[in-house]
Design a protein around this ligand. Sequence first.
Ligand SMILES: Nc1nc2c(ncn2[C@@H]2O[C@H](COP(=O)(O)OP(=O)(O)OP(=O)(O)O)[C@@H](O)[C@H]2O)c(=O)[nH]1
Ligand SMILES: [Mg+2]
Ligand SMILES: [Zn+2]
Length: 318
Amino acid sequence: MLNARITRVDRGAYDVLTDDGPLRVLALPRGEVATVGDRVALDDDRTRAVALLPRTSLLSRGVASGHSAAQPLAANVDAVLLCFGLHVPVPAPRLEQLLVLAWDSGAEPVVVLTKADLCDDLAAVRAQVARSAPGVVVAAVSAATGDLSELAAYDTPGTTLVLLGASGAGKSTLVNALAGTEAMATGEVRATDGEGRHTTSHRELVVLPSGAVVIDTPGLREVAVRAGEDAVARAFPDVDALVVQCRFSDCGHGTEPGCAVLTAVHDGALPAARLASWQQLQREVAFQARRTDARLRAEERAKWKRVSRAHRARGGRP
Ligand SMILES: Nc1nc2c(ncn2[C@@H]2O[C@H](COP(=O)(O)OP(=O)(O)OP(=O)(O)O)[C@@H](O)[C@H]2O)c(=O)[nH]1
Ligand SMILES: [Mg+2]
Ligand SMILES: [Zn+2]
Protein backbone atom coordinates (compact mmCIF):
# COMPACT_ATOMS: atom_id res chain seq x y z
CA MET A 1 0.00 0.00 0.00
CA LEU A 2 1.31 3.44 -0.94
CA ASN A 3 1.62 6.15 1.72
CA ALA A 4 1.03 9.77 0.83
CA ARG A 5 1.16 13.18 2.49
CA ILE A 6 -1.69 15.64 1.99
CA THR A 7 -0.59 18.97 0.50
CA ARG A 8 -4.05 20.43 -0.04
CA VAL A 9 -7.63 19.54 0.92
CA ASP A 10 -10.56 20.27 -1.36
CA ARG A 11 -14.16 19.17 -1.22
CA GLY A 12 -13.99 15.40 -1.45
CA ALA A 13 -10.41 15.25 -2.73
CA TYR A 14 -6.81 15.66 -1.62
CA ASP A 15 -3.67 16.68 -3.40
CA VAL A 16 -1.00 14.37 -2.05
CA LEU A 17 2.72 13.79 -2.41
CA THR A 18 4.04 10.26 -2.74
CA ASP A 19 7.49 8.84 -3.35
CA ASP A 20 6.37 8.61 -6.99
CA GLY A 21 5.34 12.28 -7.17
CA PRO A 22 2.13 14.27 -6.74
CA LEU A 23 -1.35 12.75 -7.13
CA ARG A 24 -4.94 13.82 -6.70
CA VAL A 25 -7.03 11.26 -4.84
CA LEU A 26 -10.54 10.91 -3.41
CA ALA A 27 -10.87 11.84 0.25
CA LEU A 28 -11.35 9.47 3.17
CA PRO A 29 -14.91 8.34 3.85
CA ARG A 30 -17.15 10.77 5.77
CA GLY A 31 -16.41 10.98 9.45
CA GLU A 32 -12.64 10.87 9.09
CA VAL A 33 -11.24 14.38 8.99
CA ALA A 34 -7.80 14.66 7.48
CA THR A 35 -5.97 17.92 7.08
CA VAL A 36 -2.92 19.34 5.34
CA GLY A 37 0.22 17.56 6.52
CA ASP A 38 -1.66 14.37 7.33
CA ARG A 39 -0.30 11.07 6.11
CA VAL A 40 -2.75 8.68 4.50
CA ALA A 41 -2.62 5.22 2.96
CA LEU A 42 -3.89 4.94 -0.63
CA ASP A 43 -5.75 2.02 -2.18
CA ASP A 44 -4.00 -0.21 -4.71
CA ASP A 45 -5.04 1.82 -7.77
CA ARG A 46 -3.95 5.01 -6.03
CA THR A 47 -7.28 6.72 -6.60
CA ARG A 48 -8.45 7.17 -3.03
CA ALA A 49 -7.27 7.59 0.52
CA VAL A 50 -8.33 4.63 2.63
CA ALA A 51 -6.75 5.19 6.03
CA LEU A 52 -5.52 8.08 8.14
CA LEU A 53 -2.11 7.32 9.66
CA PRO A 54 -1.29 8.25 13.27
CA ARG A 55 -0.22 11.85 13.85
CA THR A 56 2.81 13.15 15.69
CA SER A 57 1.15 16.55 16.28
CA LEU A 58 -2.01 18.40 15.36
CA LEU A 59 -2.54 22.14 15.25
CA SER A 60 -6.21 23.04 15.55
CA ARG A 61 -8.44 25.85 16.67
CA GLY A 62 -11.91 26.16 18.08
CA VAL A 63 -14.52 27.57 15.76
CA ALA A 64 -16.08 30.79 16.90
CA SER A 65 -19.78 30.07 16.77
CA GLY A 66 -22.41 27.43 16.18
CA HIS A 67 -19.95 24.56 16.50
CA SER A 68 -18.14 22.99 19.37
CA ALA A 69 -15.75 20.84 17.35
CA ALA A 70 -12.18 21.90 16.69
CA GLN A 71 -10.99 22.72 13.20
CA PRO A 72 -7.75 20.91 12.38
CA LEU A 73 -5.30 23.26 10.65
CA ALA A 74 -2.13 21.23 10.12
CA ALA A 75 -0.90 17.79 11.10
CA ASN A 76 2.52 16.28 11.76
CA VAL A 77 4.26 19.62 12.18
CA ASP A 78 7.52 20.13 14.05
CA ALA A 79 7.35 23.90 14.49
CA VAL A 80 4.52 26.42 14.45
CA LEU A 81 5.84 29.73 13.15
CA LEU A 82 3.74 32.58 14.56
CA CYS A 83 4.28 35.38 12.04
CA PHE A 84 4.04 39.07 12.90
CA GLY A 85 4.77 41.75 10.29
CA LEU A 86 6.82 44.59 11.71
CA HIS A 87 4.92 47.11 9.54
CA VAL A 88 2.54 47.30 12.53
CA PRO A 89 3.09 46.87 16.30
CA VAL A 90 3.06 43.27 17.57
CA PRO A 91 -0.27 42.74 19.41
CA ALA A 92 0.71 40.99 22.67
CA PRO A 93 -2.73 39.43 23.42
CA ARG A 94 -2.89 37.85 19.97
CA LEU A 95 0.65 36.50 20.35
CA GLU A 96 -0.22 35.04 23.77
CA GLN A 97 -3.37 33.45 22.36
CA LEU A 98 -1.58 31.88 19.39
CA LEU A 99 1.15 30.56 21.69
CA VAL A 100 -1.48 28.58 23.60
CA LEU A 101 -2.73 27.05 20.33
CA ALA A 102 0.82 26.27 19.27
CA TRP A 103 1.80 24.66 22.59
CA ASP A 104 -1.36 22.59 22.48
CA SER A 105 -0.42 21.15 19.08
CA GLY A 106 2.56 19.25 20.43
CA ALA A 107 4.91 21.13 18.08
CA GLU A 108 7.44 23.80 19.06
CA PRO A 109 6.21 27.39 18.79
CA VAL A 110 8.55 29.94 17.20
CA VAL A 111 7.83 33.66 16.95
CA VAL A 112 8.78 34.99 13.51
CA LEU A 113 9.09 38.74 13.15
CA THR A 114 8.70 39.35 9.42
CA LYS A 115 9.53 42.52 7.46
CA ALA A 116 12.45 43.25 9.81
CA ASP A 117 13.64 45.73 7.16
CA LEU A 118 10.73 48.03 8.18
CA CYS A 119 11.74 48.18 11.85
CA ASP A 120 14.35 50.57 13.19
CA ASP A 121 14.46 49.30 16.76
CA LEU A 122 14.47 45.55 16.46
CA ALA A 123 16.07 45.14 19.90
CA ALA A 124 13.11 46.89 21.53
CA VAL A 125 10.58 44.71 19.68
CA ARG A 126 12.49 41.57 20.61
CA ALA A 127 12.45 42.61 24.27
CA GLN A 128 8.69 43.27 24.16
CA VAL A 129 7.99 39.97 22.40
CA ALA A 130 10.20 38.02 24.82
CA ARG A 131 7.99 39.16 27.73
CA SER A 132 4.93 37.70 25.98
CA ALA A 133 6.71 34.52 24.89
CA PRO A 134 9.01 33.32 27.69
CA GLY A 135 11.36 30.57 26.61
CA VAL A 136 10.28 30.72 22.96
CA VAL A 137 12.70 31.27 20.06
CA VAL A 138 12.17 34.65 18.37
CA ALA A 139 13.47 34.88 14.79
CA ALA A 140 13.55 38.13 12.81
CA VAL A 141 13.59 37.81 9.02
CA SER A 142 13.20 39.95 5.95
CA ALA A 143 12.06 38.59 2.63
CA ALA A 144 12.82 42.02 1.18
CA THR A 145 16.54 41.82 1.97
CA GLY A 146 16.59 38.02 1.74
CA ASP A 147 17.91 37.63 5.28
CA LEU A 148 16.30 34.44 6.55
CA SER A 149 19.33 33.29 8.54
CA GLU A 150 17.50 33.22 11.88
CA LEU A 151 15.23 30.48 10.49
CA ALA A 152 18.10 28.35 9.17
CA ALA A 153 17.87 25.94 12.11
CA TYR A 154 14.29 25.08 11.07
CA ASP A 155 14.85 24.88 7.31
CA THR A 156 16.29 21.38 7.47
CA PRO A 157 15.48 18.07 5.72
CA GLY A 158 12.45 16.29 7.12
CA THR A 159 11.21 19.26 9.15
CA THR A 160 7.58 20.37 8.77
CA LEU A 161 6.75 24.01 9.48
CA VAL A 162 3.38 25.75 9.53
CA LEU A 163 2.94 29.51 9.25
CA LEU A 164 0.21 31.20 11.25
CA GLY A 165 -0.62 34.89 11.46
CA ALA A 166 -2.79 37.79 10.38
CA SER A 167 -3.47 38.56 6.75
CA GLY A 168 -0.66 40.73 5.42
CA ALA A 169 1.93 39.41 7.89
CA GLY A 170 4.02 38.23 4.95
CA LYS A 171 3.51 34.48 5.31
CA SER A 172 3.27 33.67 1.60
CA THR A 173 6.14 36.02 0.82
CA LEU A 174 8.21 34.09 3.37
CA VAL A 175 7.22 30.77 1.78
CA ASN A 176 8.38 32.10 -1.59
CA ALA A 177 11.64 33.40 -0.13
CA LEU A 178 12.32 30.01 1.47
CA ALA A 179 11.28 28.14 -1.67
CA GLY A 180 13.20 30.40 -4.04
CA THR A 181 10.16 30.45 -6.38
CA GLU A 182 6.74 32.08 -6.53
CA ALA A 183 5.00 29.08 -5.02
CA MET A 184 2.24 31.20 -3.46
CA ALA A 185 0.44 34.38 -4.55
CA THR A 186 1.01 37.44 -2.36
CA GLY A 187 -0.96 40.68 -1.92
CA GLU A 188 -0.46 44.25 -0.76
CA VAL A 189 -1.58 45.44 2.67
CA ARG A 190 -4.01 48.36 3.14
CA ALA A 191 -2.11 51.61 3.57
CA THR A 192 -4.51 52.84 6.27
CA ASP A 193 -4.11 50.08 8.87
CA GLY A 194 -1.62 47.57 7.48
CA GLU A 195 -4.32 44.87 7.15
CA GLY A 196 -3.89 42.34 4.37
CA ARG A 197 -6.54 41.42 1.81
CA HIS A 198 -6.77 37.73 2.61
CA THR A 199 -4.83 36.76 -0.47
CA THR A 200 -4.27 33.13 0.55
CA SER A 201 -7.55 31.25 0.77
CA HIS A 202 -6.33 27.64 1.09
CA ARG A 203 -3.93 25.86 3.33
CA GLU A 204 -1.13 24.41 1.24
CA LEU A 205 2.04 22.41 1.83
CA VAL A 206 5.11 23.46 -0.15
CA VAL A 207 8.35 21.47 -0.40
CA LEU A 208 11.50 23.57 0.11
CA PRO A 209 14.86 23.01 -1.60
CA SER A 210 16.37 22.01 1.77
CA GLY A 211 13.94 19.09 2.09
CA ALA A 212 11.89 20.86 4.76
CA VAL A 213 8.22 21.43 4.04
CA VAL A 214 6.19 24.51 4.96
CA ILE A 215 2.42 24.83 5.24
CA ASP A 216 1.04 28.26 4.29
CA THR A 217 -2.33 29.22 5.76
CA PRO A 218 -4.91 31.97 5.15
CA GLY A 219 -4.65 35.02 7.42
CA LEU A 220 -6.34 34.44 10.75
CA ARG A 221 -9.38 36.52 11.57
CA GLU A 222 -11.15 35.46 14.73
CA VAL A 223 -9.60 32.64 16.70
CA ALA A 224 -11.30 30.57 19.36
CA VAL A 225 -8.79 28.82 21.59
CA ARG A 226 -9.54 25.21 22.19
CA ALA A 227 -6.67 23.79 24.16
CA GLY A 228 -5.73 21.97 27.32
CA GLU A 229 -4.99 23.86 30.53
CA ASP A 230 -1.41 22.64 30.29
CA ALA A 231 -1.01 24.62 27.05
CA VAL A 232 -1.97 27.80 28.92
CA ALA A 233 0.54 26.93 31.63
CA ARG A 234 3.29 26.44 29.04
CA ALA A 235 2.51 29.78 27.41
CA PHE A 236 2.53 31.50 30.80
CA PRO A 237 5.31 29.85 32.84
CA ASP A 238 5.87 33.11 34.74
CA VAL A 239 2.23 33.31 35.91
CA ASP A 240 2.15 29.60 36.56
CA ALA A 241 5.15 29.91 38.90
CA LEU A 242 3.40 32.71 40.82
CA VAL A 243 0.08 30.90 41.22
CA VAL A 244 1.61 28.20 43.40
CA GLN A 245 2.92 30.88 45.76
CA CYS A 246 -0.52 32.34 46.54
CA ARG A 247 -1.55 31.85 50.19
CA PHE A 248 -4.79 30.06 49.24
CA SER A 249 -4.64 27.13 46.87
CA ASP A 250 -7.99 28.19 45.35
CA CYS A 251 -6.91 31.84 45.05
CA GLY A 252 -8.92 33.69 42.39
CA HIS A 253 -6.21 36.38 42.14
CA GLY A 254 -8.87 39.03 42.72
CA THR A 255 -9.00 40.41 46.24
CA GLU A 256 -7.53 37.56 48.29
CA PRO A 257 -4.79 38.40 50.80
CA GLY A 258 -1.40 36.87 50.15
CA CYS A 259 -1.94 36.66 46.36
CA ALA A 260 1.49 36.31 44.72
CA VAL A 261 0.08 37.15 41.28
CA LEU A 262 -1.37 40.51 42.34
CA THR A 263 1.79 41.28 44.31
CA ALA A 264 3.83 40.72 41.14
CA VAL A 265 1.54 43.07 39.20
CA HIS A 266 1.82 45.65 41.99
CA ASP A 267 5.63 45.39 41.99
CA GLY A 268 5.75 45.74 38.21
CA ALA A 269 7.17 42.23 37.72
CA LEU A 270 4.05 41.07 35.84
CA PRO A 271 2.35 43.49 33.40
CA ALA A 272 -1.36 43.88 34.24
CA ALA A 273 -2.19 43.32 30.56
CA ARG A 274 -0.42 39.96 30.62
CA LEU A 275 -2.38 38.91 33.70
CA ALA A 276 -5.61 39.97 31.91
CA SER A 277 -4.57 37.91 28.90
CA TRP A 278 -3.90 34.86 31.06
CA GLN A 279 -7.26 35.18 32.83
CA GLN A 280 -9.06 35.58 29.50
CA LEU A 281 -7.37 32.49 28.05
CA GLN A 282 -8.11 30.44 31.18
CA ARG A 283 -11.80 31.37 30.83
CA GLU A 284 -11.81 30.61 27.12
CA VAL A 285 -10.17 27.22 27.51
CA ALA A 286 -12.63 26.30 30.28
CA PHE A 287 -15.59 27.51 28.18
CA GLN A 288 -14.51 25.51 25.13
CA ALA A 289 -13.97 22.44 27.31
CA ARG A 290 -17.53 22.74 28.68
CA ARG A 291 -18.91 23.05 25.14
CA THR A 292 -17.00 19.93 24.14
CA ASP A 293 -18.30 18.08 27.20
CA ALA A 294 -21.86 19.11 26.34
CA ARG A 295 -21.41 17.88 22.78
CA LEU A 296 -19.94 14.56 23.92
CA ARG A 297 -22.85 14.08 26.36
CA ALA A 298 -25.35 14.82 23.57
CA GLU A 299 -23.59 12.34 21.27
CA GLU A 300 -23.59 9.75 24.02
CA ARG A 301 -27.36 10.24 24.61
CA ALA A 302 -28.06 9.97 20.87
CA LYS A 303 -26.03 6.77 20.72
CA TRP A 304 -27.94 5.16 23.61
CA LYS A 305 -31.25 6.16 22.04
CA ARG A 306 -30.19 4.38 18.85
CA VAL A 307 -29.01 1.36 20.81
CA SER A 308 -32.25 1.06 22.80
CA ARG A 309 -34.40 1.59 19.68
CA ALA A 310 -32.49 -1.21 17.97
CA HIS A 311 -32.92 -3.33 21.09
CA ARG A 312 -36.72 -2.74 21.14
CA ALA A 313 -36.91 -3.44 17.40
CA ARG A 314 -35.41 -6.84 18.12
CA GLY A 315 -38.16 -7.39 20.67
CA GLY A 316 -36.20 -6.60 23.80
CA ARG A 317 -37.31 -4.34 26.64
CA PRO A 318 -36.31 -0.65 26.48
N1 LIG B 1 9.07 45.47 3.37
C1 LIG B 1 8.72 44.18 3.36
N2 LIG B 1 7.51 43.83 2.88
C2 LIG B 1 7.17 42.54 2.92
C3 LIG B 1 8.06 41.54 3.40
N3 LIG B 1 7.44 40.34 3.33
C4 LIG B 1 6.22 40.59 2.82
N4 LIG B 1 6.05 41.90 2.56
C5 LIG B 1 4.86 42.54 1.96
O1 LIG B 1 3.73 42.31 2.75
C6 LIG B 1 2.55 42.20 1.95
C7 LIG B 1 1.75 40.97 2.36
O2 LIG B 1 2.47 39.80 2.05
P1 LIG B 1 1.80 38.36 1.90
O3 LIG B 1 2.94 37.42 1.83
O4 LIG B 1 0.80 38.32 0.83
O5 LIG B 1 1.06 38.23 3.31
P2 LIG B 1 0.26 36.96 3.88
O6 LIG B 1 0.60 36.85 5.32
O7 LIG B 1 0.51 35.76 3.04
O8 LIG B 1 -1.26 37.44 3.74
P3 LIG B 1 -2.60 36.52 3.52
O9 LIG B 1 -2.36 35.53 2.46
O10 LIG B 1 -3.64 37.54 3.17
O11 LIG B 1 -2.88 35.90 4.86
C8 LIG B 1 3.05 42.16 0.50
O12 LIG B 1 2.87 43.44 -0.05
C9 LIG B 1 4.51 41.85 0.65
O13 LIG B 1 5.29 42.38 -0.39
C10 LIG B 1 9.36 41.95 3.87
O14 LIG B 1 10.21 41.16 4.30
N5 LIG B 1 9.62 43.28 3.83
MG1 LIG C 1 -0.73 34.50 2.04
ZN1 LIG D 1 -3.51 34.60 43.77
